[in-house]
Design a protein around this ligand. Structure first.
Ligand code: MF3
Ligand code: CO
Length: 249
């Protein structure tokens, strides 16, 4: 069931989103070779709590951390850990902020030190793919229009789109209807209407889109061991078009 949010609910989710965006901007300042993803995770938890918010992922379906931290060939749901990040790594930090009951969800892939030209291009294409999808998040379009815009652009650039994980509606809980695939034909799926709030979060792979899940039951990684990147925003469908609640400006 797709629920619609009031202007007041969207305004509150926007506050959560602004806090989340500022947290990503802080991460950008501290990320460098030698830092661990567990360091980043505790930084995020402190930062959110200091600002009156809580990390919604912690405790969600038994998940233990404030963030997901997915390095290189890890697609999503990587566990924060003690291994220092190395020059040339890419790492996706994904978090859900709860500010007074309002949620926002946003992931960002960071370059650690100097990364290869290929990795830079993967990051650029993934981020641009997200924004191409966001452009289609307007009332009257269908959910499928979003995924089609992302997939056609990403594949034309020679990369692939992960099929096993999708964006989602978000409201009082993290995952609500509808699912938002980042691939597929246009003109299909539920119609977008004012008041819907969804995430768009394409995971883009350098090689095959196929993935494997680790024995920990959570972490997905590319089947061929090549790189994967992800950018995610929470977006409200408004009468004035898509409103990106987690925009970093
Ligand atoms: N932010 C993730 C998403 O986009 C949430 C992952 S679920 C968790 O859906 F358990 F890892 F928190
Ligand atoms: Co999400």
């Amino acid at each position: 069931m797709i629920t619609l949010k009031s202007e007041r609910e969207i305004a509150m989710m926007h506050e959560a989103g602004k806090l989340l965006a500022s947290c990503h901007k802080e991460i950008r300042k501290i990320i460098q070779p030698g830092i661990t993803t567990l360091d980043i995770d505790s930084f995020v938890e402190d930062y959110l709590r200091k600002n009156g918010a809580t990390p919604e992922q912690k405790g969600y379906m038994g998940y233990k951390y404030a963030t997901c931290a997915s390095i290189n060939d890890e697609i999503c749901h990587g566990f924060p850990r003690k291994t220092p990040l190395k020059d040339g790594d890419i790492v996706t930090i994904d978090m859900v902020v709860n500010l007074e009951g309002a949620l926002a969800d946003s992931a960002w892939t960071y370059a650690v030190g100097n990364i290869s030209e290929k990795a830079k291009r993967l990051l650029d294409v993934t981020r641009k793919g997200l924004y191409n999808g966001i452009e289609k998040a307007v009332a009257g379009n269908r959910i499928g229009d979003i995924g089609h815009a992302i997939q056609s652009y990403v594949e034309a650039e020679g990369f692939s789109v992960v099929r096993d994980f999708t964006g989602h509606g978000i409201g009082p809980t993290i995952h609500e209807d509808p699912q938002v695939p980042h691939f597929g034909p246009p003109g299909k799926g539920p119609r977008l209407v004012e008041g819907m709030v969804i995430t768009i979060e394409p995971m883009v792979n350098e090689g095959t889109w196929a993935c494997r899940v680790d024995l920990n039951g959570w972490t997905a990684r590319t089947a061929d061991g090549k790189l994967s990147a992800q950018y995610e925003h929470t977006i409200a469908i408004t009468k004035d078009g898509p409103l990106v609640l987690t925009e970093q400006y």
